[in-house]
Ligand binder design. Sequence first.
Ligand code: XMP
Length: 319
Amino acid sequence: GWTMDAYRDIAIAKIREQVGDKQVICGLSGGVDSSVTAALLHEAIGDQLTCVFVDHGLLRLNEADDVMTMFRDNMNLKVIYADEKELFLGALEGQSDPETKRKIIGGLFIDVFQKYANKIEGAEFLAQGTLYPDVIESVSFSGGPSVTIKSHHNVGGLPEKMGLKLVEPLRELFKDEVRALGRELGLPASFIGRHPFPGPGLAIRCPGEITREKLDILRQADAVYIDQIRKHGLYHDIWQAFVAILPVRTVGVMGDGRTYDFACALRAVTSVDGMTADYYPFSHNFLGETATRIINEVAGINRVTYDITSKPPGTIEWE
Ligand code: XMP
């Protein structure tokens, strides 16, 4: 494997050589990959880097605030906050097909990014946190034939369109190596240890049609679930955990009344790189306690299920 302090120095030298005195823009999602990319670029070229953080309205509870505080206030990076919630949620209204949803989000991301990037005087480069598994998975799946399982949202095609050159300093790395590099760069453990979060965000955890109501419920349920996982000391044993809100209401009883609310599914997996995964074997006690908390604390959910599908044959996300 790589020794990360050596990798860091080499990567920084490479970036400086590639970029020279030109301006670089970088899409910041708050995920580990783009965070490490931004931190590395910042270390290499300082103020020649401008990040754009797009809020598509599909983020988790408090996520936009957390990311902006961390990068703009704590780390002193130049970050533009792009509030495009209405644009994305408006465009997704009435859409329920997974690939259509992904394509809408991917397309708007490019438009929005381009809009903000155009405001950055003299930008010649675009930095992306592409990892080795991203390179592999877009070519083939599990060594099988070349098929697209899911259209990954990224800014593919954008660099050419905008006349930008790509900077992809993580292209040779796996996730665990990216985390090691992040530690090397002094990113706080809370950021480095974060579970991956997909670019299309909560859209792909809200199978079927997305509504603001469902998103709000999903954000609340997800926060309770993650709180439970942290309280039980399980967060770092799990590669990724989240709630998916199901496109179905079910009948329940609460107090002396009938309820008719959404069902949700809890997902938690162990994995090395996201390409294969096993469901996490929570105790029955944990699952029961979590279900009770979600139903008591989150208005709009009255049934909780646990997803016990591994990858393959399932994927980690629901769409
Ligand atoms: P799947 O659902 O394909 O997910 O098993 C594997 C890993 O990739 C993440 N994922 C994405 N990440 N853009 C991203 O940046 C995407 O469009 C996307 N789709 C899935 C997913 O969260 C998991 O970690």
